[in-house]
Design a protein around this ligand. Structure first.
Ligand code: AP5
Length: 215
């Protein structure tokens, strides 16, 4: 049983690499961004509040995301887990440590994906995903093999995220540098941090992650 965290700014490629690890190595992906987008479409008052915060590019409260993760952890007991986009604050990191410890497990690696801000803008503004299965594509770097048809499920409808505007991205980047980047020091001090260059092509980044997992 192996738990890993993918950490990096918006658009670094966390979701892309997490999905590869799910299909190639059987990991379970826990993405708080995906969970919050589900809550958003639930039509509840909480969902509405979450939608507004996410559209602005700010972080949702620790209480909400820790609650979501705590709930999911029980349903994935025994699996290899990738935490994608969680934790994002020191309070979330402490909470995750305690939740894992209570379940007799721990974090094996925290993988930092470092990408320049300019490349992030290009990645985020070109991103789109399959409306049926969520597979992520890019206008320039990853088009479906058959134009207009999802490689995975054959879906023909695609979506762009409401928070993928340049304005929202600026706030998301600021949230990353102010609230999330302190986690790099936190995990470095625990001897868990592995940093890799996220600027390479998707296959090169995937090889870098594999090398860490096999080390
Ligand atoms: P979340 O959904 O987690 O978004 P994010 O962290 O901003 O990350 P992204 O999903 O935008 O990017 P990614 O790194 O997964 O990149 P991707 O693989 O898609 O969070 C959204 C919001 O939810 C937050 O702003 C916040 O409001 C809230 N939230 C979530 N978690 C929270 C938490 N723990 N606490 C509080 N609030 C929380 O790649 C991007 C694009 O680049 C794609 O088009 C892809 O095809 C392309 N690409 C990927 N890799 C490469 C490569 N190597 N070369 C070229 N192109 C590439």
């Amino acid at each position: 049983m192996m738990n890993i965290i993918l950490i990096g700014p918006p658009g670094a490629g966390k979701g892309t690499q997490a999905k590869r690890l799910v299909s190639e190595r059987g990991f379970v992906q826990l993405s708080t961004g995906d969970m919050l987008r589900e809550a958003k479409s639930s039509g509840t008052e909480m969902g509405q509040r979450v939608a507004e915060v996410m559209a602005r590019g700010e972080l949702v409260t620790d209480e909400i995301v820790i609650g979501l993760i705590a709930e999911k952890l029980d349903s994935v007991a025994g699996a290899d887990v990738i935490f994608d986009g969680f934790p994002r604050t020191l309070a979330q990191a402490d909470a995750l440590g305690a939740l894992l410890q209570a379940r007799g497990t721990q974090i094996a690696h925290v993988i930092e994906m470092a990408v320049d801000d300019e490349a992030l803008v290009a990645r985020i503004t070109g991103r789109f995903s399959c409306a049926s299965c969520g597979e992520v594509y890019h206008d320039v770097t990853r088009q479906p093999k058959v134009k207009g048809r999802c490689d995975i499920c054959g879906g023909t409808e695609f979506l762009r995220r409401a928070d993928d505007s340049e304005d929202s991205l600026r706030v998301r980047l600021m949230s990353y540098y102010k609230q999330t980047s302190p986690l790099l020091g936190y995990y470095h001090a625990k001897g868990l941090l592995r940093s890799l260059d996220g600027m390479g092509e998707m296959d090169a980044v995937a090889s870098g992650i594999s090398a860490i997992l096999d080390s």
